[in-house]
Design a protein around this ligand. Sequence first.
Ligand SMILES: NC(=O)c1ccc[n+]([C@@H]2O[C@H](COP(=O)([O-])OP(=O)(O)OC[C@H]3O[C@@H](n4cnc5c(N)ncnc54)[C@H](OP(=O)(O)O)[C@@H]3O)[C@@H](O)[C@H]2O)c1
Length: 193
Amino acid sequence: MSKPLILVVGATGTIGSHLVPRLAGRGARVRALVRDPRKAAGLGSGFEVVTGDLARPETITPALAGADKLFVVSNGTNIAELEGNVYAAARGSGVRHIVKLSGRQLDADFMADVPLAINQRAAEASLRATGIDWTIIRPATFMSNFPQWIDHAAGVIRLPVGEGRDTPTDPGDVADVGVEVLGAPSTSGCTST
Ligand SMILES: NC(=O)c1ccc[n+]([C@@H]2O[C@H](COP(=O)([O-])OP(=O)(O)OC[C@H]3O[C@@H](n4cnc5c(N)ncnc54)[C@H](OP(=O)(O)O)[C@@H]3O)[C@@H](O)[C@H]2O)c1
């Protein structure tokens, strides 16, 4: 029996650019969906590249052809709409497990009116509504955000958290969670924070 084909959406981003080479390095069959194939050049080799755009649903269905598993990360102010397009397309495909990158504490009271949280909750709901096995990864702040907050003169990193505390995550570790989940049998209904 051939290995499952994994389609990675958001392959050129912070998490996807760790995930794709790590999956390929494990011998997985990987197809990377990218908007700009030139950006895929830095990801290495050992996987297939398809061009597509979640904002153009007609480009999604061909990318899903033959895919068994799907990893989805997107970004921006319309995550729910973009990801809703790929989840809708997945319903009629052979995909049997979808892993979505989301965000932490989406259900906390203080997140109720935060636009990103509203978007992510809606995207998660449309994923769950597919009826396809799913896993949602809800990571903390990525350490890769930190360079923007370095105060070189003072030799410190100033986080915009006031008196609060944060527990940042290495994007490579988040990708490793994705690698493990995609390599495992389907685990519907699992949320990892
Ligand atoms: N940053 C954090 O601290 C943090 C913490 C927890 C959760 N998150 C969540 O993580 C996600 C962001 O992950 P990331 O840092 O990997 O994002 P990123 O680096 O901005 O990557 C987003 C990826 O999505 C792709 N993409 C965006 N719009 C697309 C479209 N219309 N069609 C196809 N691909 C599209 C981008 O493609 P291009 O390369 O072409 O732009 C890129 O590959 C968000 O959902 C965010 O809520 C972030």
